[in-house]
Ligand binder design. Structure first.
Ligand SMILES: [Zn+2]
Length: 161
């Protein structure tokens, strides 16, 4: 079932990585910070940029660095590797639309307001919007994180509007 009409009235927005974090990563890489690696993409679907929410294309350079998707000070605090384009890119703007390039291969984790993970689902034959809406049906869900279903890396956040 296509949910195009449903999407228009969705109660969530996609929140990409902030431009401040992306710019800080670029500065750190320029200063040769040891935990910021500059890598040249060699696959069309291996290097997702968390700022523009597009896959980096082969020969594009990306920065690989650790990001605290769940901030320190909580039982579920978590820092993990993410990519951003090494060159400045446009932050994802269509915030009420699910990013087209990540319709497959994502897992969704629901967290409550205390940053505790309370549910999780993978997109398994359904539309990602339907999975997100289901997680948001729980009034305790404060936000949802999309992650790679294979490598587990944080991709973007989803918040209630
Ligand atoms: Zn980008």
């Amino acid at each position: 079932m296509r949910l195009a009409a449903f999407m228009k009235t969705s109660n969530f927005q996609v929140v990409p990585l902030s431009s401040d974090v992306a710019d800080a990563a670029r500065r750190a890489a320029a200063n040769a910070a040891p935990d910021h690696a500059v890598i040249t993409a060699d696959s069309p679907t291996g290097f997702p940029c968390r700022h523009c929410l597009h896959w980096a294309q082969p020969a594009e350079r990306v920065i690989l660095f650790p990001y605290a998707a769940i901030p320190p000070g909580h039982p579920y605090s978590e820092t993990g590797p993410i990519f951003v384009h090494a060159e400045p890119c446009q932050r994802y703007r269509a915030s009420r639309e699910y990013p087209a390039e990540f319709r497959k291969g994502r897992a969704f984790r629901a967290y409550n307001a205390n940053y505790n993970m309370i549910d999780a689902e993978i997109v398994n034959g359904s539309e990602p919007e339907a999975v997100i809406e289901k997680l948001l049906e729980n009034p305790d869900t404060a936000f949802v994180h999309a992650r790679s279903v294979t490598r587990g890396c944080y991709t973007f956040a989803i918040e209630r509007i």
